[in-house]
Design a binder for this molecule. Structure first.
Ligand code: FES
Length: 245
């Protein structure tokens, strides 16, 4: 992991809530894998003092695309200090036909870097948006099946089928209510499946990570048999190994 500088080449609004920044970065940063992220700070200011957690969503013509809230202001030409890559890549199964992505009360940005490789490999992808976060999906590849939760519940159209077909599931939830949301989804999968095997259901944590290098302990999680660090061991954790309370 290194500290490097990037330049914002383009800013494009992609829906009512989010924008995408196209960044000119060092070649090593372009190799970032699905699951990994960056800690960023606009170098012209020290605001915010803590770095922002930026999620890459793809690479386009040697520019790294990241998705950021539309309420923030970014200017083309601005220089950004980046630390990364943070975390470990998602561990996909070798034989994979179908992946289910779920965002609950949050945007799906931490999951979207998976899309280019999954689609290129002919793997079917379903994205389920649950809860209250309003996230428009018109900019996502047409190959992605998008389903939305019904009236704020954890139900969606063809839920039993999509859960049954998925070889692996990756979930991101609101950082403000992470424990409750993960527990609700864990119970829901327990009701829908006879058992939840290992290497099937993953929680993708999106908490504040002040240092990103395993030095501060702010991202410590309880797992069976001990603890783990989201910035070093995550962000994706097999939910069968997590202590959910
Ligand atoms: S962010 Fe400091 S230990 Fe993970």
């Amino acid at each position: 992991m290194n500290e490097t500088q990037a330049i914002i080449e383009r800013v494009r609004r992609v829906n009512e809530t989010h924008q995408r920044l196209a960044l000119a970065v060092e070649p090593g940063i372009l190799q970032i894998k699905p699951g990994q992220s960056l800690l960023a700070r606009l170098t012209a200011t020290w605001d915010p003092y803590l770095r922002e957690h930026w999620h890459p969503v793809g690479v386009e013509k040697n520019l790294l695309l990241v998705e950021r809230p539309g309420s923030l202001r970014y200017m083309p030409g601005a220089v950004v200090s980046l630390i990364g890559p943070i975390g470990s890549p998602f561990r996909f199964r070798k034989t994979l036909r179908s992946v289910l992505l779920i965002a609950y009360d949050t945007d799906p940005s931490p999951l979207l870097m998976t899309l280019p490789a999954l689609i290129a490999n002919g793997i079917s992808v379903t994205l389920v948006l649950l809860g209250t976060a309003a996230y428009g999906t018109e900019h996502l590849p047409p190959e992605v099946e998008v389903l939305r939760g019904e009236n704020g519940t954890l139900n969606w159209q063809n839920r039993v089928t999509t859960v049954g077909w998925a070889d692996q599931v990756f979930i991101t939830v609101s950082p403000d209510d992470e424990a409750d949301h993960l527990l609700s989804l864990w119970k829901m999968f327990g009701d829908l499946r006879a058992d939840i095997p290992s290497n099937y259901l993953f929680a993708v944590h999106n908490m504040v990570q002040p240092c990103g290098v395993g030095g501060c302990g702010a991202c410590t999680l309880k797992i069976h048999g001990g603890t783990a660090l989201v910035c070093a061991d995550g962000p994706a954790f097999d939910m069968t190994k997590m202590v959910l309370t």
